[in-house]
Design a protein around this ligand. Sequence first.
Ligand code: G3I
Ligand code: 9MR
Length: 580
Amino acid sequence: MQKEVFVFVLIVITACNVQSQRKEKLSPDDIRLNQIGYYPTAPKSAVIIGETPTTFLITTPDGRKVFEGQLSEIRKSKFSDKKTRIADFSAFTTPGNYTLVVPGVGTSYPFEIRAHVHDAVAKGAAKGFYYQRLSTDLPEKYAGKWHRAAGEPDDKVLIHPSAASANRPEGTVISSPRGWLDAGDYNKYIVNSGITMGTLLSLYEDFPEYVKTISLNIPESNNTVPDLLDEALWNLRWMLTMQDPGDGGVYHKLTNTTFDRMIMPDKATRTRYVVQKGTAATLDFAAVTAQAARIFRAYDKELPGLADSCLTAAAQAWQWAKKNPSIVYDQDAMNRAFEPDVTTGGYGDRDLTDEFVWAAAELYATTQDAQYIAAVTLLPRNATPLPAWAQVRLLGYYTLIRNELTLPEAHDKIETLKQSIVHFADSLISGVDTRAFNVVMGGSARDYIWGSSSVAANQGIVLIQAYRITRDKKYLNYALSNLDFLMGKNGTGYSFLTGFGDKSTMHPHHRPSIADGIAEPVPGLLAGGPNPGMQDKCKYSSSVPDEAYSDTDCSYASNEIAINWNAPFVYLVWAIEATE
Ligand code: G3I
Ligand code: 9MR
């Protein structure tokens, strides 16, 4: 072999070795970052898994170095023996497309730095609700390749024996069309619709000017109502049909008797029922309709009579709940007493105190009638529970705070509520700067429950509220840390929003995504996220709290999608886009 050839071969072999060593040592998966990108002047950091050298670079797609930094000291995960280092590149502010490189070790997925870097994510996640619409075709014009036939018209729904009343005996047929599919299943649940609607309507109330600018390419996009409100109307109109006109009580859910097989919505044609009226459903309904009355008053011209109907419905629901303050939905008890049995989602909440607070707060903010504020009881400052489908107290608090100018008589109460929210926000951010993933999510293993992604998103909302109260930007930055978490800077390396990110959820437990024959899941839907409960008994590669996630359609406990998870995500990303 000639000397030059020998040297050339040697170089190639060495290069290949370096290449394969790199691969073995670190893959893009081991550099956890927001797979979408970062805002030029906001904090920016990535997490490097493992014990690595301490220098990192930011490079352009053609390999040009634009920034060099030092990784942090090693940090240890609270939940596993994982070690991490943080790559903080906040000081680098130039817009562009980049990758993060740990020399000799590995390269991240590409990401972008620019203003409004999450604009497509924001629209995509809101559009996720359109894909959940029931009782209407989703034509290609709006739904792209995920276009599909309508599914249940829900115009002939039976009154289940548990829901019978004098005016509507068992077997009465009612019409209850529209609404969003709750999740990966084809049923519609008032309790879960409640927090979902409250969250989306609050987004509008908090950031109306921004919301008005966003078009979602939905059938109503050409009217003069903001698209977010048009989308919410699809579910509001369904909710209004769930009230018994005889007494104001609200049915807990509209459902099949059992979960459907993995079929498309239009193939799911079994008998549908509305079941038992309950206090939680009725109060959540009262809250949503009271809030809707306040918001849609400004659209009386476009939607004549809607605000009035909502307000009447809210007041009647409140009266029913006052007369029936403790009717919990206990599906097992219902099944012992009535036929046919119903085994779909329970959403049975036993503590109704917070539902009373939320409904009263919304009714008070809309009517300024003193009877309602009297019903808003306050918890001690250090007992502010994070919103979830069974816990809606803070939705009421947020509403009173945002409407404080029109509620002077509640001034003292509202000042106390503000302090509670800021105190809660301070407890959420405490210790973040030494955590393995440098995000608010995961302060405790208890953050990782069924639907943990919504825990991250709702923590983000608390922080946004604290920012609105104090105008201290640090809360906004910490809220952004949880958006980073949801877009890939987490223990799994997944972006949990379908369709967004280099490694995002591909196999959600979502019947249309499973049955439609399209490789990509329906986009803009937030997966439940890590849940060491693993109640579905599917295959998980780890049982550690922040890693117990299975991107398989089997996994309803970690990989279903749900409207009450998408809504706080939409709030979080829209609020950040509106304020960045
Ligand atoms: O309340 C306890 C809490 O005290 C305890 O610390 C914690 C430990 O895991 O568990 C808590 O209860 C959990 C409860 O959610 C409240 O978070 C249960 O274990 C858990 O099984 C339960 O999961 C719910 C799941 O339905 C099963 O009922 C989810 O929150 C809820 O989002 C989910 O909702 C389903 C619908 O039923 C049907 N449609 C799909 C939807 C999404 O998966
Ligand atoms: O598909 C159902 C999902 O939407 C629910 O969230 C979940 C929990 O209630 O249940 C799923 O249905 C499963 C059922 O509970 C048990 N057998 C397997 C079903 C899914 O394949």
